[in-house]
Design a protein around this ligand. Structure first.
Ligand SMILES: C[S@@+](CC[C@H](N)C(=O)[O-])C[C@H]1O[C@@H](n2cnc3c(N)ncnc32)[C@H](O)[C@@H]1O
Length: 207
């Protein structure tokens, strides 16, 4: 049986591949491997989020569940004066993200390994980006939403992509419960994927 892409230490035999692509007008070369999410090309949901995400060039960004790195590395190109922290529970994925940063000459990133926000405990960000691990289950995804709010600086924004068939409407509802109805916006949709942005109000206290 093939193992889940969110395994901490994938045991599947290595099967490294390389592909080139373009994200937001920047060329990228990615190395991927067995045991990581969407290894044959950038996932359509991730591409949708990358195409719509928007933040200042000096933003402090977190890519939570970075996989081999497409979202976080594209964000690093869009925020050359900022910094991107990338985390994943899958050690092989995190190692590939580090390798891909080096391969593409991207220096304004840090890659960490661990469960959700545990590697960034006590840190806050201007922007948090996620193509969440739907297959890990609703409990993990909703915990990710809850903890995202606690790791946003006041006025910071959580950007998330979810497919209609993978619970986009209920994800929106959950975000509205957490952030408030007026603070959640659907930024756009593409091929069934919806991108939501939830903004943390400026006067909420950190938990
Ligand atoms: C849908 S994939 C997206 C991967 C990557 N961002 C991309 O665009 O290709 C979700 C990622 O979340 C990671 N993940 C799953 N559960 C996690 C957890 N508890 N903590 C951190 N990362 C997790 C998976 O290993 C996977 O890489």
């Amino acid at each position: 049986m093939s193992e889940h892409y969110f395994t901490r230490q994938p045991r599947s035999a290595e099967d490294r591949r390389r592909f080139q692509t373009e994200l937001r007008g920047f060329p990228f070369l990615f190395v991927t491997d067995a045991g990581v999410f969407s290894r044959d090309g950038v996932d359509e949901g991730s591409r949708t989020l990358i195409g719509m995400m928007d933040f200042p060039s000096g933003a402090r960004v977190l890519d939570i569940g970075c996989g081999y790195g497409p979202i976080g590395l594209a964000a690093a190109r869009l925020a050359p004066r900022g910094h991107v922290t990338m985390t994943d529970i899958n050690e092989r994925a995190a190692e590939l993200a580090r390798e891909n940063a080096a391969l593409n000459g991207i220096g304004n990133v840090t890659v960490k390994t661990g469960d959700l926000f545990e590697p960034v405990a006590g840190e806050t960000f201007d922007v948090i980006l996620a193509n969440p691990p739907i297959r890990a289950g609703k409990a993990v995804v909703y915990r990710l939403f809850e903890e995202a709010k606690a790791h946003l600086a006041p006025g910071g924004a959580f950007w998330v992509v979810v497919h209609n068939k993978q619970g986009a409407p209920s994800a929106r509802k959950k975000l509205e419960e957490l952030f408030g109805e007026d603070s959640v916006e659907e930024i756009g949709k593409h091929k069934g994927y919806r991108v939501y942005r939830a903004v943390r109000s400026r006067d909420q206290k950190n938990i």
